[in-house]
Design a binder for this molecule. Structure first.
Ligand SMILES: Cc1ncc(COP(=O)(O)OP(=O)(O)O)c(N)n1
Ligand SMILES: Cc1ncsc1CCOP(=O)(O)O
Ligand SMILES: [Mg+2]
Length: 218
C-alpha cells in the first residue's frame, strides 16, 4: 500500500487530539503526533490520549522529536530531523522494535539516516507550506526523482514519504517519482470536510498502490 502518514496540527476549531480523531475516522492508520509549540507536560497529556485512540483503531503511533516520551509511553516510533537526536542514538536507546523516521532534504541526509538505522525517510518539502517554519529548499518532483535514483544506484532500500504541501492530487506523481508514500496535514485539516478529505486521500492511495504495486512501509 502507498503509505499515508497523518501529521497532527491544530486550527481555530480543531485541536491536536481532534486532528487525530479526524485522521482515524477518515481511515488513516499511521499517525505522527507533532506538537512543536507544546510544553513537555502538554505533549505528554495529548500523547497518552492519542496513543489510546491509535491503539483502539489499530493505527501506528509515532511521536515527533520526543524520544524519551516515545520510549516511556511505548509508542510505535519517533520521527527525527536535523535538529533532533541522531537516528543512530535513538536506535541505541529505543532498540530494534521502534520505528524510526528521519527527515531528508538531500541524498546525503538519506545516507546518514540509513546508516544510523532508520526505518523510513520523510523527504521534503515537496512544496511551500505554512505548517512548518524554516523550510529546507523545496524539492518538487525533480528533487525526489534525483534522490530516489541515487538511492537505487547506491543500493539504499528504504521507504521514502514525501512531505510538505502534499495534497490528494499529488500522490500518483509522487509514486511515479519513486516515493513509497506521503505525510500530510494541512490539505486535510483545511478541507471543508476534513474526515471526507482523509477518506479521499486513503482511497486514492489505494488506487496508487494498485497501479504501482508498492509495499506499504507501515
Ligand atoms: C514524515 C516526516 N517528515 C519530515 C518531518 C520533519 O521533521 P523535522 O525536520 O525534525 O522537523 P519538525 O517536524 O520537527 O519541525 C516530520 N516531522 N515528519
Ligand atoms: C513536519 C513537516 N515538515 C515539512 S512540512 C511538515 C508538516 C506537514 O505539512 P503540510 O501541512 O503542508 O502537509
Ligand atoms: Mg524534528
Amino acid at each position: 500500500m502507498f503509505g499515508v502518514q497523518f501529521i497532527t496540527h491544530h486550527t481555530d476549531t480543531i485541536t491536536y487530539l481532534d486532528s487525530v480523531r479526524i485522521a482515524l475516522e477518515g481511515g488513516c492508520r499511521w499517525i505522527q503526533l507533532r506538537m512543536k509549540e507544546a510544553s513537555d507536560t502538554q505533549a505528554e497529556e495529548v500523547a497518552r490520549q492519542a496513543l489510546a485512540l491509535c491503539r483502539a483503531a489499530g493505527a501506528v503511533f509515532i511521536i515527533d522529536d520526543r524520544v524519551e516520551l516515545a520510549g516511556r509511553l511505548h509508542a510505535d516510533g519517533v520521527h527525527l530531523g536535523k535538529a533532533d537526536m541522531p537516528v543512530r542514538e535513538a536506535r541505541r536507546l529505543l532498540g530494534p522494535g521502534f520505528r524510526i523516521g528521519g527527515t531528508a532534504n538531500t541524498f546525503e541526509d538519506v545516507r546518514i539516516h540509513y546508516e544510523g538505522g532508520a526505518d523510513y525517510i520523510g523527504c521534503g518539502p515537496f512544496r511551500y507550506t505554512t505548517t512548518k517554519q524554516k523550510l529546507a529548499p523545496i524539492l518538487g518532483l525533480e528533487g525526489y526523482r534525483a534522490i530516489t535514483a541515487r538511492m537505487r544506484e547506491e543500493g539504499i532500500d528504504l521507504p521514502v514519504v514525501g512531505i510538505g504541501g502534499v495534497t490528494a492530487e499529488d500522490m500518483s506523481a509522487l509514486a511515479g517519482a519513486g516515493l513509497s508514500g506521503i505525510a500530510l496535514s494541512g490539505s486535510v485539516l483545511r478541507a471543508a470536510d476534513p474526515v471526507g478529505e482523509m477518506r479521499r486521500v486513503m482511497q486514492i492511495a489505494k488506487q496508487v498502490s494498485d497501479n504501482y504495486g508498492r509495499q506499504n512501509q507501515n
